[in-house]
Design a protein around this ligand. Sequence first.
Ligand SMILES: *Cc1c(COP(=O)(O)O)cnc(C)c1O
Length: 230
Amino acid sequence: MTEGTLAERYARVKAGIGSNTRLIAVSKTRSVEEIKALLKLGHRDFGENYPQELKAKAAALQKDIRWHFIGHLQRSNVKHVVGIASLIHSVDSERLLDEIEKRSAALGITTDVLLQVHIAQEETKHGFSPEEVRGLLAGAPALGRWPHLRILGLMGMATNTEDMDQVRREFRSLAELHRELRAHPGLRPEDFTELSMGMSGDAAVAVEEGSTLVRVGTAIFGERSGKATG
Ligand SMILES: *Cc1c(COP(=O)(O)O)cnc(C)c1O
């Protein structure tokens, strides 16, 4: 999966997802030089997981990059992300929505977000349950409560398993929830168009199940040496 030069891997990944899905190159832990190499190939969508790292890279790199925040976001870090990220994929609580609203209002901007939904079997993945998302939208007329947010869709991560049938079922359930919620009176159907699902190991399945945004790191940049967490 990770043989060849960066340009070869990038071309392979792009060809694999087709033209209806946007590719986000996940550049967490990668150097500014590695990102520049992909910029030279014309790529502009990059995904980051850590607020301070996003902030530092955004300051160091050209301004036409579209940064996607995809990691777990704590409310105390919202100030580092709002105003930089063009889309926050990983909004997983009502309090976080409120905090992003507050910060966006203070800056006088509108922030685009996705609601992260827990579809995997692992306990460790963050996100709303489908019931919580329905409750969130039923309980609050979403547009009125967060006037500085645009909720553009859903994000999910499948179980980390070799069983692609299970992965497919999880992606399909997210796509079905997305279709269901599009009709919700608290959302603008013309806004609610994005479905962020698929990573290096399961992007092909995600695209088949309707993904509009795939988040691919390893298959483009190679294996991450990783943070020393043992
Ligand atoms: C790291 C990460 C990715 C990319 O994972 P790869 O397996 O390297 O493609 C995608 N999405 C999220 C949320 C991530 O944290």
